[in-house]
Write a protein that binds this ligand. Structure first.
Ligand SMILES: [Zn+2]
Ligand SMILES: [Zn+2]
Length: 190
């Protein structure tokens, strides 16, 4: 990868021995300063350097190289990833939670995005209801022990017809009394 104006270290072969010596001495003496300059350059051209690397990794050659690297260092990379996650627990949890809520919202939207009984639309209040009860049994029978990501993904891809969206109020009422008062008023069962 070649970037314009990148500081380069080169030794002119035509340089005299004394000036080579001088250059080496200068670099040795000013190592800290020169390293700081190089760091500053990389920081200032971060986007350019990243974009260039990104473009390369989108080419077939770049993709193949990246795969080769991952395959070769699989164990080490997994170890690094584990260590990173352990050191960044808060960030991992925040990301995981956000991803989970996004998926939940997708599922709610796929089933109409509102309580089919009272029309409540705030997804904070909505739940996924098994029309004929036995939610936990049904999930386990389908291989989903918890109502987590995999259950949501199943609802998204398979879109089974035996679940519906109810708000927690309507769901509770249905659970405890067999019918939500909203529907009793209309003479129906949610
Ligand atoms: Zn409701
Ligand atoms: Zn209701």
């Amino acid at each position: 990868m070649l970037i314009d104006n990148a500081p380069t270290t080169y030794y002119d072969t035509s340089m005299s021995t004394s000036s080579l010596k001088y250059q080496r001495a200068y670099r040795a003496k000013n190592r800290g300063k020169l390293n700081a300059q190089a760091r500053a350059w990389r920081a200032a051209h971060h986007e350019k350097a990243n974009a260039s690397s990104r473009d390369y990794h989108r080419t077939p050659e770049g993709k193949a190289k990246a795969k080769e690297y991952r395959d070769k260092h699989r164990v080490q990379l997994a170890k690094y990833a584990r260590a990173w996650r352990a050191a960044n627990k808060d960030r991992v949890n925040t990301t995981r939670k956000a991803r989970y809520l996004r998926l939940r919202e997708e599922v709610l939207a796929a089933y109409g995005g509102k309580c089919i009984c009272c029309g409540e639309k705030h997804h904070h209040f909505l739940s996924i209801d098994h029309k004929n009860g036995g939610g936990k049994k049904d999930r386990i029978a389908r291989g989903f022990r918890e109502g987590g990501r995999n259950w949501y993904k199943f609802l998204l891809t398979e879109h089974p017809g035996h679940v519906q969206i109810l708000c927690h109020n309507c769901n509770m009422a249905k659970g405890h009394y067999g019918q939500c008062p909203h529907q009793a008023e209309k003479g129906k069962r949610p």
